[in-house]
Write a protein that binds this ligand. Structure first.
Ligand code: NAD
Length: 275
């Protein structure tokens, strides 16, 4: 098969349904010639549609809870048995119980905080440690995780996921240093626009985040498809020396203060309040 990922093998975490960023990335990676294993938490197998994706992309599904070193060990053993060494890994995983249950940031349930932190951030370290110990990445391979700008700025409602994303990005840089030095492997995060997926829609006030970001971004919000295209690019040899980066895929949002649209709608709102 031809394509910019021709001959590349990998593991894609986090395809839940066809809105998922990981789902779209799997479809595009397949179109570009990649072969991969699809994985998600065992519980997601029950209501997810991952088998449909597996058929579409001719790939195997191996359930793994990304917080379980035992599950990850099994997953990587299957991948190594099937492919030998790997060229890419996508970590497209996030979950906060505080967000899901509407627990306010100032009144966190710390058991939930810990669980969400493990799933959303530490699991990236666990994935990389498993791959590291098995020495299963080819030189110039690419490891990628998905982040959000709440790692740098305040978004009330994003709750402890903001802290999880900050931690995730830090893990990418710090583990990425060793991957680069010792294995010639890239590690990056993509900071994506708000995107209507199961995880996205679970955030309080998500509709507002989405619309405001779209109004502020000169190019408008990046879609899940846009993100999938960037993931493919990041897995490819066209980005060989990009590492330790947090790449904004956000239509220019992160470097824009305000837009005319936002100012106009703010004053329109004020005017109608006065009337
Ligand atoms: N949707 C957005 O607005 C947005 C914006 C920026 C970044 N992101 C990030 O993109 C990534 C993918 O999310 P999405 O928007 O595609 O939503 P999604 O809900 O489709 O994907 C999240 C995935 O995480 C998986 N997951 C949860 N717990 C797990 C566990 N213990 N082990 C393995 N997998 C587990 C879920 O099953 C699901 O497949 C996440 O890191 C998310 O934070 C999303």
């Amino acid at each position: 098969m031809s394509g910019i990922l021709s001959g590349k093998k990998g593991i894609i975490f986090g395809a839940l349904d066809e809105n998922s960023i990981a789902w779209k990335t799997a479809v595009k990676s397949h179109e570009e010639g990649a072969e991969f294993i699809l994985t998600n938490a065992p519980v997601a197998m029950r209501y997810g549609e991952i088998q449909k994706l597996a058929e579409q992309t001719n790939s195997e599904v191996v359930p793994a809870d990304a917080t379980s070193l035992e599950d990850l060990d099994n997953l990587f053993n299957v991948a190594i048995e099937k492919f030998g060494k790997l060229d890419f890994i996508l970590h497209s995983i996030g979950m906060s119980i505080n967000v899901r249950k509407g627990q306010h940031y100032t009144d966190m349930n710390y058991d939930w905080t810990q669980k969400g932190w493990d799933i959303s951030a530490v699991s990236f370290h666990k994935v990389m440690k498993t791959a590291w110990d098995k020495d299963c990445m080819n030189p110039w391979g690419s490891i990628l995780a998905l982040s959000y700008i709440a790692a740098q700025r305040v978004y009330p409602g994003y709750n402890d996921m903001a802290d999880n994303k900050a931690y995730l990005e830090s893990i990418a840089r710090n583990f990425g240093y060793y991957w680069g030095k010792e294995k010639k492997v890239r590690v990056n995060t993509i900071s994506q626009s708000p995107t209507p997926t199961t995880a996205g829609k679970g955030v309080k006030g998500f509709g507002g985040f989405l619309e405001i970001a779209d109004d502020v971004s000169p190019l408008g919000n990046a879609t899940a498809e846009d993100c999938a295209s960037l993931c493919v690019m990041m897995f490819s040899d066209y980005t060989k020396r990009m590492t330790l980066q947090n790449i904004y895929n956000d239509g220019g949002y992160s470097n824009t203060g305000v837009s005319d649209e936002l100012v106009n709608s703010y004053f329109a709102g004020k005017k109608s309040e006065e009337e």
